[in-house]
Design a protein. Structure first.
Length: 371
């Protein structure tokens, strides 16, 4: 039986000029299916996303904005003409199913590895090892001390984002999501542990966030009118050196107030994966999404571990407008329908998450609706 609520995940939402038929968003997920030297999306990608087109909005897997951005195996790019043409098949397939899809733009920065650059060191805000693991063609390897960006190289990187946005537009995407999460390039600039620059891109949060807003500026030029979103993981305690610190809450107050000046589509905020008690962000423990709602006036998308019921609750409580789901969309291409009719959810096979090929990617069946 269809679940009826006055304001829940099954109700439409107006995202700028795009009408979402529901608030159930497919979150960006690394699936490592671009198993070709050109790292272009394939017909399998088109089938995978088309199967999930009933989502209110699809957020694609990450796409590298340039060759310099690469740092994880078999993730597609959006920096060559071949990649752009291949993505057209994906957007066409989704649009033929009346779906909507944003491309997530990514750059891994210092968390890459020399194996991706013929032995040359990757670039980072400062010559500081982020202390993470890079998934290379030879397996996981420890990250290294990177070369520090010059001002010229920072400007070149911003232009790479600009060109990637132009390519995404040509590929038919409805919008973009800027990857600003975990231990990747933008968080490396935002966090004082990896950004110890003494120029206009280092120091206080105003300077440390400069690259974020300069990237946003060029993306919005290509996709104006609430077609660019951002994904943050404010409470991510990574294995390396990038973690919340005593400045994190004040830093996010600054970021959110600054973002209020921008005409963006949404902020996707990933929730904490564990208790925040006895951490530098302990005050967020019982009011995490309230903090973001109180400081940001635009559309908020909540992410991490939500069910249909908890997703309905956060929307009904007014703390989020949209909820994104990752793992449930892997094994349930018809997740919206399953939520609507209270059908059981299939369980994804974790062993196939990054293995390449159809198995565990496009071979999950849809459920049969009750009569």
């Amino acid at each position: 039986m269809i679940q009826e609520h006055t304001k829940n995940l099954l109700t439409p939402f107006q995202l700028g000029g795009i009408t979402l038929p529901n608030r159930i968003i497919m979150a960006s997920m690394t699936r490592a299916r671009a198993t070709n030297t050109a790292i272009v999306p394939t017909d399998l990608h088109a089938a995978y996303y088309a199967q999930r087109a009933s989502a209110g909005l699809i957020l694609s897997e990450s796409a590298w904005v340039s060759k310099n951005a690469i740092g994880f195996l078999n993730i597609p790019g959006i920096f060559t003409s071949a990649q752009t043409e291949a993505w057209k098949k994906v957007t066409d397939a989704v649009h033929q199913k009346n779906g909507r899809i944003f491309l997530q733009l990514a750059h891994i920065g210092a968390a890459s590895h020399p194996d991706y650059f013929e032995g040359e060191l990757p670039l980072g805000p400062s010559a500081i090892n982020p202390g993470e693991k890079s998934f290379t063609p030879q397996g996981f390897k420890d990250t290294v001390i990177p070369r520090a960006y010059t001002i010229k190289q920072i400007r070149e990187t911003i232009e790479e984002y600009h060109q990637a946005a132009i390519n995404a537009k040509a590929a038919g995407f409805d919008g973009l999501e800027l990857h600003a999460q975990l231990f990747t390039l933008i968080p490396q600039f935002l966090n004082a542990a990896t950004n110890q620059r003494a120029d206009e891109y280092g120091g206080g949060i105003t300077n440390r966030s400069r690259i974020l807003f300069e990237i946003l500026d060029v993306l919005i030029k290509v996709f104006p009118g609430k077609k660019v979103g951002i994904k943050f993981t404010p409470a991510a305690f990574n294995t390396g050196v990038i973690k919340p610190d005593e400045n994190t809450i004040a830093d996010y107050e600054y970021l959110l107030h600054k973002l209020n000046e921008y005409d963006i589509a949404f902020l996707e905020i990933v929730g904490p994966a564990a208790s925040l008690i006895d951490t530098p962000v302990a005050s967020w423990e019982d009011q995490y999404y309230s903090f973001f709602r109180n400081n940001y006036k635009g559309t908020i998308m909540a992410n991490l571990g939500f069910t249909y019921n908890s997703g309905n609750k956060i929307v009904a409580d007014g703390l989020a407008d949209l909820v994104s789901f990752a793992t449930p969309f892997i094994a349930n291409p018809d997740l919206v329908n399953r939520f609507e009719y209270s059908l059981p959810l299939a369980v994804a096979d974790q062993a196939t998450y990054y293995t390449g090929g159809e198995k565990g990617f496009t071979d999950y069946p849809k459920a049969t609706n009750p009569k």
